[in-house]
Design a protein around this ligand. Structure first.
Ligand SMILES: C[S@@+](CC[C@H](N)C(=O)[O-])C[C@H]1O[C@@H](n2cnc3c(N)ncnc32)[C@H](O)[C@@H]1O
Length: 250
């Protein structure tokens, strides 16, 4: 495992408790329309599903409650795996603690659905990750993921106005020295929207939907207070917080 992955793994073990049940299906992300509004998955009954970066396991629980027949998942952090095992007691999930960018021998051409809720952007190798996901899917299988809208991460709000605090043009590693105020270092790659789309195409996917999120139905009519937080209703009403992409293996 490379140095960044090792460091991120240790950090995720420390911060896992902040993410218990957060950003899990039917939610696609902060302030974002849910699956109940977007209806991207279609029929889940009797489907074999694989969750990339399963976190506390709540998205897999959603899949179980919708009748998925096999629940598989991969996540970098042991603490997350322990949390997910508790969330999924009684469902016999197959959970693996490993980086999504490594081939750990998951079955090929096997899954009806592979998905990832707010985890895919943590990969250190996006092309390899998309190639692996493509290989896990059956022909005709669906891949859906959500992640921060790539421009949102550069946008800051100050006194109700927005500015770019870093260059959208420059892709590369961003290092957080004190992630979640837990004194731990986390590194994540900033990528442009086109990079996600082009890497999907390169991996052999056909893209069926690209969603730049809007706020959930119930927040449409709510007046948003001016806020300088990274995720805020104020910011999300002006600019998509999340991108969701649905792709298919032809
Ligand atoms: C915000 S959480 C995801 C929440 C989760 N998808 C859910 O539905 O509840 C991000 C997850 O990505 C995992 N992660 C980070 N880097 C990873 C990597 N390279 N490979 C696999 N999992 C990774 C973290 O351990 C963490 O559990």
């Amino acid at each position: 495992m490379n140095k960044i992955l090792n460091q991120n793994k240790n950090s995720w073990n420390k911060v896992a408790h902040h993410f218990d049940g957060k950003d899990a299906l039917p939610s696609y992300g902060p302030f974002t329309q849910t699956e109940d509004e977007l209806n991207l998955f279609g029929e889940i009954q009797n489907k074999r599903v694989l969750d990339i970066g399963f976190g506390s396991g709540h998205s897999l629980l959603y899949m179980a409650n919708k009748g998925a027949i096999e629940l598989w998942g991969i996540d970098l952090s042991e603490s997350q795996k322990e949390a997910a095992e508790k969330t999924l007691v009684g469902f016999q999930p197959k959970l693996y603690c490993a980086p999504m960018e490594e081939d750990i021998g998951l079955p090929k051409a096997y899954f009806d659905i592979v998905y990832s809720i707010y985890a895919i952007g943590w990969t250190t190798d996006l092309p390899k990750t998309f190639q692996l996901i493509h290989s896990y899917l059956k022909k005709g299988g669906t891949f859906i993921f959500s992640w921060d809208h790539p421009l949102y991460a550069h946008l800051k709000s100050e006194n109700g106005r927005f500015y770019l605090d870093s260059s959208y043009q420059e892709e590369g590693l961003k290092v957080f020295e004190n992630f979640k105020e837990e004194g731990t270092t986390m590194s994540v790659y900033k990528r442009k929207l086109a990079t996600y789309i082009n890497d999907l195409i390169q991996a052999g996917f056909s893209i069926e939907a690209v969603i730049e999120s809007d706020v959930k139905r119930e927040w449409k009519e709510v007046d948003a207070e001016v806020s300088e937080r990274y995720y805020s209703l104020y910011k999300a009403k002006m600019f998509p917080s999340t991108m969701v992409i649905k792709a298919r293996k032809l």
